[in-house]
Every structure is written in C-alpha cells, then in structure tokens.
Design a binder for this molecule. Structure first.
Ligand SMILES: *Cc1c(COP(=O)(O)O)cnc(C)c1O
Length: 224
C-alpha cells in the first residue's frame, strides 16, 4: 500500500493526542517525501550519520527525532536542530548533550530511555539507575537539556501480556518520578512507547508517542 494510505490508516487508529513519529531509517529522501507530501512532519531516525544528510536534503519544517542509540561523539552532528532525543540511555550521554546544547545556545529536548525488556541487546537505564540520575547534583546542574519524559522498548515477543506488563510498569514509573521530580514541570509529559507491532497495546497502556517505521514505509532489509 502507498505510504500516504498507511499513514491515514494508522492515524485513524490512534487518538489525536498521541504523536506519531514516522521512523525513516534505511528509507530514501524520496520515500520520506511521500509521507511529507501527505502532510506528515514528524520523523525519526536511529543513527546520527543517517539523520544529518536527511535533515540537509529535506524541507526545514520537518521535526527530526533521534530514536536510536546515540554515541556521545555523534551528538554534535544533530545538536543544532534535533527536535527530540528519545534515547538518552546514560548520565554520560546526557552530560554531552547538555554541553552541545550550551554550544548551540539551545535547550535540547530529551527523553530518558528505560530498559524495560528482557533482552540485553536493548539499550536504556535500569529503573534504579534512572532514579539515581534524577537525584544527582550532575542532573540538577544541567541547563541545556529539557527532560520531556521517558522512552522504552518492549521485549520482542508474541506474548502480548508480557509486552503489556512492561509498558504498564514504565507508565507506573513515569507517574512516580513525575510526582517526585517533575511535579510542576508541564513539559515532563511524554511516554514514548510502541512500534509497528505493538503501538495499539502501548496506547492502551498510556503511550503519548509511538515510533512507527515498517507499518508506514514497508519492511526494511535485515540490519547487520
Ligand atoms: C526502527 C525503530 C522503530 C520502528 O520500528 P518498526 O518496527 O519498523 O515500527 C522504533 N523505535 C526505534 C528505537 C527503532 O530503532
């Protein structure tokens, strides 16, 4: 099915309040323009070195989200323009983002990625690690990052009850730290969870932002 039709179907499936991030990794600028021409403006990439050339080649009113694991030495390439980094998975990375934010004189919007899956292949901080970060002096001295919420990736499995419970725990953790650390911070409002296979489930469990790739653009070649 054409990209525009896929977008329309997904949009009609999800509430207006849920942000749809169209994940474009491995897709060409031409394929991305199909979604752009259908009116879509929020796109996500999982590699900084793929994001930068696409940002340069495509219209400037696109909001680019970084959704994949980000190496510290790549932050500088995307710091000037990135609309949201979903994948802050260590205090060290957050520190680098803060530094690049200062260089660019902008507060960079970020989500803290929490490791909610069983698989060790997925990135993210543990719940305890995240709590420690939020309680640290390091965190309180960061002026050039804005923490807008949390992100998580569920275990890759057909067991929907398992996936549901991972999403549910992330939502619960969100509520707890919202009360404790972000009580009067309206910007701390996003829970990025849900991909092509599980976005409806994620929304049932409180997702505010879904990251959908293959259901919009078709299957990707296997990653190496
Ligand atoms: C690739 C990717 C997605 C989208 O995956 P699909 O299964 O194609 O929807 C979402 N989030 C992250 C972090 C990704 O790397």
């Amino acid at each position: 099915m054409p990209v525009s039709k896929n977008l329309e179907l997904i949009r009609s499936d999800i509430p207006d309040t849920v942000e749809l991030v169209a994940v474009t990794k491995t897709k060409s600028p031409e394929e991305i323009l199909e979604a752009y021409d259908a009116g879509h403006r929020v796109f996500g990439e999982s590699k900084a070195q793929e994001l930068l050339p696409k940002y340069e080649a495509l219209p400037r009113d696109i909001q680019w989200h970084m959704v994949g694991h980000l190496q510290s030495n790549k932050v500088k390439y995307i710091a000037p323009f990135v609309a949201l980094i979903h994948s802050v998975d260590s205090p060290k990375l957050l520190k680098v983002i803060n530094k690049e934010g200062e260089k660019n004189q902008r507060k960079i919007p970020c989500l803290l990625q929490i490791h909610i899956a069983d698989e060790t292949t997925k990135f993210g901080m543990g719940y305890d690690e995240c709590r420690e970060l939020l309680e640290s002096d390091l965190f309180h001295n960061m002026e050039y990052v804005e923490i807008q919420g949390l992100m998580g990736m569920a275990t890759f499995t057909d067991n929907t009850e398992k996936v549901r419970s991972e999403f549910r725990q992330l939502k619960q953790f969100f509520k707890t730290i919202k009360n404790k650390h972000f009580q009067n911070r309206v910007e701390f409002s996003e829970i990025s969870m849900g991909m092509s296979n599980d976005y409806l489930l994620a929304i049932e469990e409180g997702s505010t932002m879904v990251r959908v790739g293959s259901a919009i653009f078709g299957d990707r070649p296997p990653t190496t």
